[in-house]
Design a binder for this molecule. Structure first.
Ligand code: NDP
Length: 340
């Protein structure tokens, strides 16, 4: 069976491709922006004959996917749409964050409807950003679950890079659900909504320098010096290998996952918890920031609660622990830095 995977160069998408290929059940066609990136990836995957690439230059273009879908779409059994900008360093919030996320999901969904005659399931990588409400995220009486939606307006989205990213994810996911109703589609649809995703890059060679946005939070602590102050960064965490798995299960059980939003969240973290975990890594102990280990940082009672029992029941597997996720990420950074 054939899976089209948009944004295959991404941190999460590479793990999805790896798991799909390892299963032996799927051929993967991934979209890339440049030939150079395709060559690196093909090489990393050992020039696997079940992996091929198409060029989709910029998903802001509303016809970005048309050519490849007209050519190959009739062979696609599944589409997984992960491509979307994940950065908080942008010159223009609308142009660099919101438009590509919005047009990207509208463009690929419409292309799928027009050309993928045997499509069984469409998965969109959404985010907890499409769920969380800035006004209530620090309200201990608020509960977010699979039915919650970020209520922010475009105007709020344009007010800062963080709000812009959150709005971009909300509008990208909403577009898919709205289009599926409007076009009365018959294939299954699942949104995957992870909190912050951590864990090793799919290949060590990708861990030498700057990492993807979420893993940079761990690299910051790995590269900190004893005595440095920690950023105070906090949120909820999930491991990339579990996120990849959650994208693939809906392909295997389309009916069960149809119409579902998978809220992927394990535990809360902050930069102190990262420092505590990383100070147990022998290569880092005594060299990196210890922060303030006596501070009562493990108390997240003042945050809104994330309740994802439905997701956990649907998936039925145990999430990789934060400790393993963070130590695997750090071990890879150390390996990659030492391999120069
Ligand atoms: P990455 O930055 O590693 O991957 C993003 C992917 O999107 C890359 O393949 C990138 O291509 C592609 N892309 C971005 N902008 C464009 C564009 N304008 N045109 C074409 N392709 C584009 O991020 P992640 O793997 O972390 O994120 C993947 C998905 O997961 C995103 O949808 C993100 O919102 C979502 N997500 C991520 C979380 C996290 O903590 N990491 C949490 C929740 C959701 P290129 O390599 O060429 O730049």
């Amino acid at each position: 069976e054939v899976v089209f995977l948009s944004g295959i160069t991404g941190f999460i998408a590479q793990h999805i491709a790896k798991q799909l290929l390892e299963s032996g059940q799927f051929k993967v066609i991934g979209s890339v922006r440049s030939e150079e990136k395709a060559l690196i990836l093909a090489n990393n995957f050992g020039n696997n004959p079940d992996l091929s690439f198409v060029y989709v230059k910029d998903i802001s273009d509303k016809n970005a996917f048309d050519e490849s879908f007209e050519k190959y779409g009739s062979s696609f059994d599944y589409v997984i749409h992960t491509a979307s900008p994940v950065t908080f360093e942008v010159a223009d919030i609308q142009k660099d964050l919101i438009t590509p996320a919005h047009q990207g999901s509208a463009g690929i969904f419409k292309a799928a409807v027009a050309s993928c005659f045997k499509l069984k399931h469409f998965v969109i990588t959404s985010s907890f950003a499409a769920i969380v409400d800035q006004a209530t995220k620090n309200d201990p009486n608020t509960v977010y679950d699979e039915t919650s939606w970020n209520p922010s307006s475009l105007e709020e989205g344009l007010s800062s890079e963080f709000n812009g990213y959150r709005y971009s994810k909300k509008i990208a996911e909403k577009t898919v659900w709205d289009l599926s109703k409007k076009l009365n589609t018959k294939f299954g649809i699942t949104a995957v909504n992870p909190v912050f995703v951590f864990g090793p890059q799919c290949f060590d060679s990708a861990a030498k320098g700057k990492l993807n946005t979420s893993c940079e939070f761990i690299r910051d602590v790995v590269n900190s010096k004893l005595g440095d102050e920690l950023s105070g960064m906090n949120g909820a965490a999930i491991d990339v290998r579990d996120v990849a798995k959650a994208h693939i299960m809906p392909l295997l059980e389309s009916q069960k996952f149809n119409g579902k939003r998978l809220l992927l969240s394990d535990v809360r973290f902050d930069s102190q918890i990262f420092a505590d975990i990383l100070n147990d890594v022998p290569e880092l102990k005594g060299k990196i920031s210890i922060g303030n280990p006596n501070k009562n940082v493990n108390n997240f009672d003042n945050n809104a609660k994330i309740v994802n029992e439905e997701t956990k029941k649907l998936l039925g597997f145990k999430f990789i622990s934060l400790k393993k996720s963070v130590t695997d990420t750090a071990a890879q950074i150390i390996r990659a830095q030492n391999s120069f």
